[in-house]
Every structure is written in structure tokens, then in C-alpha cells.
Design a protein around this ligand. Sequence first.
Ligand SMILES: [Zn+2]
Length: 202
Amino acid sequence: MTVAWTEHRFSGGILALDTTNTVVHRCDPARRFDRFDDPAEISRFAEAASIFCRHEIGRPVVVRDAEAIVGMVRSLRESIDALFRAPAQGKPLEAGAMADFLRNCAMAIDGHEELAATAGAPFGTSDGPLRFEAALAVSAVSLLDLANLKRLKVCPNCNWLFLDKSRNSSRLWCDMSVCGNRAKAKRHYRRQREDREVRYEA
Ligand SMILES: [Zn+2]
């Protein structure tokens, strides 16, 4: 079944985190699944990212040969999660994870002269298409910026990583309209059940 790459699936606020969040239930081995199991989904994801990550990248993101890059993309994606989940949980960046991350970034950027980054324009100033793997690496490197590192969070409902861009850093959920409401519904259900149990015991 094809994935509907809706705006919700881009709640991470930055391409690197939205890509990391394509592994669902990452921290639960029994339920974990990868939306990139079908490499064609990488192309469809890039197409949606061209719209939903426009504010970050400013140009279309394309995949030329999904089969050829699926290994590299997954490897980079996993190294992003391995490095940045720690600071999102208030822990320091690990040197080993950083080295692995930078090696993956180097491989993804290598040869993509269409990037042509300039000061203040890390994705380049061209309106032309940028390859997905290069865009992913540049987005991921931007997470090392202190301003971004400080705003990294983990959604307590779905475990997705996201950047809290709210002025007072008070965002709790990756997406209030999905995870916030689910948590509210869960609390409501628990309260009802506790009420019933109390009545039964009485
Ligand atoms: Zn969430």
C-alpha cells in the first residue's frame, strides 16, 4: 500500500527529522516498520518534501534512482536518529555517533555540485532541483547548530523527533492535532475506566 505523505508526516519541522520519522514505532521492535521498505516511497516522500519543506530548502527535491540510493538514505537516516535522539532527551552527543553521522553526510553530498551552497543559503540559491540525499545531509548538518540542538524534542506519544520552534519552547507534541488529541483521548478513557472500577468496587 502506498503511503499518504500528508502534512502531519512533516511535523518534524526540518527535512532531516521528517526523514528520521519515516521509521514508525522506532523504539518498539514488535511494532516497528519502515515506510521506505518500498524504495519508490523515497521518491514520493521527496515530492511531498518539496512542498512541506519548502520553507527550509527553497527548491524542489528529487530522486533520480530510488533503488540506487535506498541503502545510503537508510544509513544516513539511522545515523541522524542515533546522533540526535540523545540531545533531544537532554543527553550529550556521542563522538562515535557523530563520526558515523559525518561519514554518512559526506557520502550523501559527494558529487552533488548542483547544491552550490552560499553563506546564508545552505541549500544553494538555485530554483533547480536538488537531489534528495544531498538535501537530507545538508538539513541534518544544520541540526548541529546550537539554536537547533536546543530545540530538539521527542514526542511523548509517537517518539518522533521534532524541532520546537515555538517562541517559549513550550511545544510538547510533534503535532497537537494528532498526538496531542490522542493523548487527551487516552487520559479521558483512563479516567472513565477508573470511575467505573471505583463504582464496581463500591
Ligand atoms: Zn507525535
